[in-house]
Design a protein around this ligand. Sequence first.
Ligand code: CUO
Length: 670
Amino acid sequence: MATDQRKVLRLLEKPYETQKSDGTLDIGFPGELEVTERVGTRPPTTVARAQLGEATSIPRGKAFSLFIESHRRAAKDLIDAFMKTDGLQGLVELATRAKNLVNESLFVYAFSYVVLHKKDLHSVRLPSLVEMFPNKFVPQEDIMKAQIEANRKAPDDTAPIVIEYGPEFASTNIKPEHRVSYWREDYGINSHHWHWHLVYPLGFGEAPDRKGELFFYMHQQMLARYDMERLSVGLNRTEKLENWRVPVPDGYFSKLTVNNTSRAWGTRQDNSMLMDLRREDIGLEPIDITDLELWRSRIFDAIHQGYMNDRNGDKVPLSDNVTSGKRGIDILGDAVEADRRLSINSLYYGDMHNQGHLVIAFTHDSDNAHKEEMGVMGDSATAMRDPVFYRWHKFIDDIFQEYKLIQQPYTVEELSLPNVVLERVGVLSKEQPDALTTGWTVREFEAFRGLDFNSNAPVNLRITHIDHSPFDYHLQVRNQLQTPKQVTVRIFLAPKFNVRGLEMNFMEQRLLWAEMDKFTVTLKPGMNHVVQPSKDSSITNPDEYTFRDLETGPQPGTSRREFNFCGCGWPQHVLLPRGTPGGMIFQLFVMLTDFEKDKVDQQGNTGRCANAVSFCGILDSKFPDGRPMGFPFDRRNAPQFQSAAAFAEQLDNVNLHDITITFVASSLQK
Ligand code: CUO
């Protein structure tokens, strides 16, 4: 591994330890704002308060939250300081000093952002978040046990200490919601969510293309997948959290810590009330439940009136049928999330989604009477563990759906593709047609780089998680033209039956369709057999890179897709819903569209971080599909399409096919 890369990666290790470099850097105590020290043979330098701006305003050891405006300003200032440095050497020097001064989670977030965006660092890949912050994934009790074992070890005993973590440790199964805790607490799902909010930051950096729309779509797709998982274990679909004046039935106890020692995340008892929030101690403006209600009402007014009011009082129409400028869903996404920099009028439409996260994260101590830390809903690396995350986001999604349902249904012309017939589709796994398998598997991470144990023995984290056997999609397509034809293949999956065992009409099934893959293929005249491996999905990452992977470097034969890995992307191991032990029937919906109409003009395209484009876009480039995200399920159906089956019956370019997913309640034989 190149020395430069090693220096950068070192800064992401041991986040809670005061940084020492080659034994010559002794930076004083955490929190010191002006320090003078010697780095190797270089002359003493000073980190001035002004250089880091507001970055030092968040105390070390406390939670850092992207949902808090003042924390976002701190992130912006730290990122600006890092981006302004001259060359790699300058960055490493400043970051080494800043690491001891700023909040640990803020540091890793800001430094990771810089790794993705600074030109000198394009060859550096980020290691797994699990290895940087094991405490955000594994209960404190298990980390403490490992610490005790490390303390007892003889200095020459270098046998690894293993921390086991898996679905059976997470909860009791007494409450129905616990049936899906293995999914909510999955390391890959939570680290994807952290990376997504790193790639799509609020309030700084160049605004990515269609950011508001992707905020809507990526979160809607995670809800679709969560509901598929719920149906797999016999639970109803997620109910939106829309009445904020009644108790929230499900509590949550993460058992995780904010730092590596004893500072616990806040917990939420069952049947807690949401309260007006008064936490000036962490830099929050006061928030009332009434504020949320007022913003909601203004946003719904805007949707029903068909326009939003900007700061000058001008009407900005909301429509998805735009030929230039932003689609309505994009404007709405920026206003609801809310990105104050991009919101059409943040004073009027407020900060709905972010403030909701915070109100929920502080139900247990809304006025700092107990001096408690926020709950996991405050951190994008942990929020998806809590059942209320999905109920809150279901409410947020409901706003977007209210808008989507007043858009004109797609016409037959928009949906069809003349002269191309999708004759057959199916999947093949281990030579079994249309029968897929899920089960448990084990992955090991090196945890010692994220922990501050004083031990010579490595500490490994052994996580049991859901996975599936790989499979291929097979498509039989007839191109009736005399010339080759480039098409976009769109593959979705949804359960065939609802929780009562009945087949669903289009509207009931609409929000359950999960995108599985989207790719471009050139059809030769006549019959074509298209094969696409599941591991190449447009939403997933290859397995996360660990520190060890990065040290050993890319393996021979590393694909372009793996090379492009930047952290954001749905984990490959949860690509499939779990299914049932007896085999659960799902429907595969495959649609071909005209690439000429879908394609997007990319200028100055770097093509970086392009492995999970449907969820994460391409870094510094346009979103590569010109259709509204979620097409064709983002709108209500035209009268002639009462079900997904009606699409397949009436359109030659669509095919619907039943497949079975069987959950083997044991180790998966891949
Ligand atoms: Cu991803 Cu609410 O946006 O967490």
